[in-house]
Design a protein around this ligand. Structure first.
Ligand SMILES: NC(=O)c1ccc[n+]([C@@H]2O[C@H](COP(=O)([O-])OP(=O)(O)OC[C@H]3O[C@@H](n4cnc5c(N)ncnc54)[C@H](O)[C@@H]3O)[C@@H](O)[C@H]2O)c1
Length: 725
């Protein structure tokens, strides 16, 4: 087969002739996303094919690692964004009389899969994974994906795929009818080239077998959904399920679209999709989710570092302390094939720690999410020891021993000695001074904080703490490693509690003051959970352990870091004193029947007694609105201080930390994004009002408005835009 280079069309799409087959070759690295230039190129390429009547078929193929893996999300922000040019291109592509065949590899997603579904045939290599993940951005497919997918695979699977945004593997897609044929790429070539060669050959044989090109034309828009009649209440049930999550309007929108796909003619379904798309595009949920999408990518970047900074290689990881955190941290690395040495103080503690990891894997296997062979493979990557010398060949060692500065310093000094030159030493401390720990190693440039969240093998967030002397390549290496272990990472500077726990402090402070003033734990949690947070503060501390929380407060007090206010977090200290550690002791802010939290009159009595002791006035008029303002606004205010002090590089990093690590609702975009949505002047007004309510001038500065917040409010600027050019 000879290829005739054609006149260059608008990059990044080229039109070529391969004998009697036309080829649209997409090359828009890295993932062949549908930029406006790609769409223009596709339109021009189709015109070139239409102008060549001698060609029998058109093949669409993408170079590099994947077929078109989605739309250009940033274009959704443009005021003049429109799906019309792309949609009319897809309509024209499908309407042609000669077959159009997509060759698929990698991850055809979103607008890429919509392109493939507008083609008459889809041939894929077996490793291809396909999906419509728009829901993850609070959107729906807007280029007829909602109308074509149900027609190809039926409404049940289509709705499942679109509402979850999950990918489907090519062999399953073949069975479902989304892919027509699996093909094997020609050997000895880079994957995409091998696919192209095999694909062109297969299209030729298809043309020969079909006895005419026209026989290969099969338009998904004209198909009826397979799978027979659906249960009569299928869509009403699906709507009822979606109604349970009204904060994500795309879910219900997808039900409407899927129903239209199986009950209405294509053109009417198209109108339904367009209406739903326009609605969700304007929704707060989508704006928030798109904000987080970009913030997550941005958070991985460290300002001021050269792009080609050589990174350190991480082939082997050591972990000191196999308690709650150490074991979970170890699993992250074993899960991606990185060998781990787990070092404990005693053989008993080591056995306990390793057994816990095994039990965790076994539980996953029992749920069918992992095979027993995989359990053994991962456990095989894990070696335990009580000998620090075993850490000498590790490229990264993370300490996760008790939260105690003297112990941390002692461990750090040993690691400074044992670890080979060039190895990175990290601490998992949640509140302690990373710089002091770094100095104790004698090699602070190699040191930083890696603050994992519990359970460390599950929670997505990794808060990376840069010390005053952390070497740039050490920071960059750990940020890259975070991606390898599937974490979302954001950087914090050194301060008490870093970004997340520091902002949580005034939130907890107000929760406890409100309890003393007469609110109940259930009332506080309900008000906060109604805002979409996964858990209110009382339930959260009961789960994390009141002992853990109280000890941090006590330690901070010892270090002189508490306000001169004996009522400050007095309740959690009292509960700790009484042995009410939360879930683990069966009582904390609540009492527990198993895992069920029940109101406990005892807590009311304790709160009332503390109120009397500290001269706090009891009230019966505490509203949900007051709870929300008093918990969330000081948290936002602390975020503004953190930004102003340069502890966070950017506002989006704060939002990532709170949504990925603290159960803050992603459909509200994080505390900073939410602050802008509420309006900064309103927040400043409320902070000032609450400060005044505390009488003589807020002596502890609890309600002092962060100067950055006050400035932004006064100048009509968004907090989210701080630091942007
Ligand atoms: N538990 C959480 O929710 C959480 C969350 C984030 C960060 N952290 C931080 O992670 C660290 C560990 O916390 P955890 O909850 O896993 O504690 P843990 O008490 O469950 O485990 C600590 C482990 O360290 C071991 N250890 C103590 N001294 C040692 C030594 N000299 N050498 C080797 N091992 C030693 C202990 O035997 C114990 O198994 C702390 O700094 C904590 O603040 C905890």
């Amino acid at each position: 087969m000879t290829a005739t280079p054609a006149p260059a069309l608008t990059a990044p799409v080229r039109f070529e002739r391969h004998g009697l087959i036309g080829l649209l070759r997409i090359a828009n690295p890295p993932v062949n996303a549908l930029s406006p230039a790609t769409v223009a190129g596709l339109i021009a390429g189709l015109a070139a094919f239409e102008a060549a009547p001698d060609l029998q078929a058109l093949v669409i193929h993408a170079e590099g690692r994947t077929f078109v893996a989605g739309g250009d999300i940033s274009s959704f922000e443009a005021p003049d964004f429109s799906t019309v040019p792309y949609n009319s291109f897809l309509a024209r592509l499908e309407a042609g009389q000669r077959p159009v065949i997509a060759l698929l590899h990698g991850t055809p997603l979103g607008g890429g899969l919509e392109l493939a579904m507008a083609c008459h045939r889809r041939l894929a290599v077996a490793s291809t994974r396909l999906g419509l993940p728009e829901v993850k951005l609070g959107l729906i497919p807007g280029s007829l994906g909602t109308q074509r997918l149900p027609r190809l695979v039926g409404a049940v699977l289509a709705l499942d795929l679109m509402q979850s945004g999950r990918m489907i593997a090519a062999p399953d897609a073949l069975q479902a009818g989304l892919v027509d044929e699996l093909i094997v790429a020609a050997p000895g070539l880079p994957a995409a080239d091998g696919l192209l060669q095999a694909g062109l050959a297969r299209v030729q044989s298809l043309l020969a077998e079909a006895g005419g090109a026209a026989a290969l034309v099969r338009r998904s828009s004209a198909q009826t959904a397979p799978g027979g009649p659906l249960p009569a209440d299928f869509f009403s049930q699906a709507l009822a399920t979606a109604a349970r999550k009204p904060q994500y309007p795309a879910l219900a929108g997808l039900v409407r679209c899927a129903e239209a796909a199986v009950t209405l003619p294509f053109a009417q379904g198209e109108a339904v999709e367009a209406e739903v798309f326009a609605g969700v595009l304007r929704s707060g949920a989508s704006a928030s989710l798109r904000h987080l999408f970009f913030a997550e990518r941005e958070a991985a970047k460290i300002p001021g570092l050269p792009k080609d900074l050589p990174l350190r290689e991480i082939r082997r990881v050591g972990i000191v302390g196999a308690g709650t955190m150490g074991g979970g941290i170890a699993m992250n690395f074993a899960n991606v094939g990185i060998p781990v040495v787990l070092v404990e103080a005693t053989p008993e503690a080591l056995d306990r720690g390793v057994a816990l990891v095994r039990a965790n894997y076994a539980a996953t296997a029992a749920k069918g999410r992992m095979s027993l062979a995989q359990v053994e493979q991962r456990m095989g990557l894990l070696q335990g020891s009580t000998d620090f010398e075993r850490l000498s060949d590790c490229d990264l060692v993370i300490e996760a021993v008790f939260e105690n500065m003297a112990l941390k310093k002692e461990v750090a000094a040993r690691l400074g000695q044992v670890c080979r030159p060039g190895a990175i030493i990290a601490t998992n401390t949640s509140t302690l001074d990373v710089d002091a720990i770094a100095e104790a190693t004698g090699r602070p440039a190699d040191v930083l904080g890696t603050h994992f969240f519990s359970p460390a093998n599950v929670m997505r967030l990794l808060e990376v703490v840069r010390g005053a002397k952390t070497a740039p390549e050490v920071l960059a290496t750990v940020m890259k490693l975070a991606g390898r272990i599937h974490k979302v990472a954001a950087v914090s500077g050194v301060c008490y509690g870093f970004i997340g726990n520091r902002m949580a402090e005034p939130y907890m402070r107000e929760a406890e003051f409100l309890l003393m003033e007469g609110a109940t734990p259930a009332q506080i949690d309900a008000a906060i959970e109604a805002q979409g947070l996964a858990m209110g503060p009382c339930r959260m501390l009961d789960m994390a352990g009141i002992d853990v929380g109280a000890k941090t407060v006590i330690e901070l007090g010892k270090a002189g870091g508490l306000p001169d206010d004996p009522s400050y977090r007095a309740l959690c200290r009292k509960l700790f004193e009484l042995g009410r550690f939360g879930q683990k002791t069966g009582a904390g802010y609540y009492r527990y029947a198993g895992r069920t939290a029940l109101p406990d009159p005892e807590v009311e009595r304790i709160s009332a007694a503390l109120a009397a002791e500290h001269g706090v006035q009891r009230r019966s008029d505490i509203s949900a609105a007051e709870i929300v303002e008093r918990l969330l606004y000081p948290l936002i205010n602390e975020g503004a201080l953190i930004l102003e002090e340069g502890i966070a590089y950017r506002p989006g990093d704060i939002d990532i930390i709170w949504t990925a690590g603290y159960g803050f609702p992603d459909h509200r975009g994080g505390p900073v994004f939410l602050a802008d949505a509420i309006g900064l002047p309103a927040i400043v007004e409320a902070l000032t009002r609450h400060g005044q309510r505390h009488g003589a001038g807020d002596p502890h500065g609890y309600w002092r408005v962060a100067p950055l917040l006050a400035r932004c409010a006064a100048e009509g600027r968004r907090l989210s835009d701080v630091g942007r050019g």
